[in-house]
Design a protein around this ligand. Sequence first.
Ligand code: AMP
Length: 406
Amino acid sequence: MALFSDYNFKPELIDGLLSMGYKQPTPIQEQAMPIILNKQDVIACAQTGTGKTAAFLLPIINNILNSDNRHLNTLIIAPTRELVLQIDQQIDGLAYFCGVSSIAVYGGNDGVTWTNQKNALENGAEIVCATPGRLIALLQSGGIDFSQLQHLVLDEADRMLDMGFFDDIKNIIKYLPTERQTILFSATMPPKMRQLANQITKQAQSINIAISKPAAGIKQLAYNVFNEQKDKLLDEILSNDDYQSVIIFSSTKDKVKDLERSFLRNKFNAKAFHSDIEQVEREAIMREFKSKRLRILIGTDILSRGIDVDGISLVVNYDVPPDPEDYIHRIGRTARAEKTGVAITFVNPKDQYRFLTIENLMGIEVEKPKLAEEYGATPLYNAEEIKKPSAKSKGNFKRKKFFKKK
Ligand code: AMP
């Protein structure tokens, strides 16, 4: 398995990715980063949630740090203002210690913003992250010099085609030097998309990240609940003696510790497993669990990868993991080696979008049983109406000023 230390990244970039909490490259990162560092073109088929943004940002930021041409070095084009802001926010986080500047360029704001965006482009931010419509308008107004551009990224390119940006993109490319590295990410690759990809890249390397699918023997269920309903529901589920060997996942160590305390009160045979526990003790807990002397193991995602215990009858996700791959890993702890198992996920209103993303990636709709009436009202889950949380509310980092000076 690859490590971030394999890529010879600048130390200040490693500091950035560690501060974002990234420990290991995701599969798309593992495949795309060496190619981008090697200055080759890339056509990648990968969905949101796979870590695709960092897959292009990390090598690009590293290339910028090694480059003398930093004036408008990189242009990232994305279909929507939300996506532009999200990418810009990841640049903030990853390049936090690098002194690389970026600007988000999108329409629908006032004249002052137009002037700020134009000034930033004229003065040369290192990375420009833009929607096609606003960028083309700014380019047509003149005075913007992309002659030093080294990287062009098209993100969610299929969506841009669907939204009718085909001509805008071809128009923007006329303003760019032909000697550049072109990186295209798309969730799907219909023929029109492939045609555009081939027109704008040179000897591109293709990457296709197959979406993980959970083992067929896993029965998946999800309950739409409010946080206050989770503990009662968990007690009810655990009182079913058919579940002899159970893992409960939570994303935070604090919640894992809380659950252990409440299980002790309820006399369930349960132990917590997380990074604050010494290795020797962790091994002892794991032996107890494997030999079925311990019924319930409660853990963070350090438990989800790699543990190989047979005969786990139930996995409960006390919350929805941020990364869809983690969901697959978590529920994959049950139904190993062709056996069957049950995976139950608690989805609160805040986690609904995450869960929908997971369902979309797996290409299935998970069965959502209704809670008994005694639980009271439960949240609605209507896939059509679930909205992505705004970029602002997701950020770990304070938003920088609109344009950061070098
Ligand atoms: P994306 O597919 O780019 O939308 O990324 C999905 C989420 O995964 C984002 O919240 C990223 O910050 C996060 N992420 C990206 N790379 C990693 C990694 N190597 N380890 C953990 N999280 C990551």
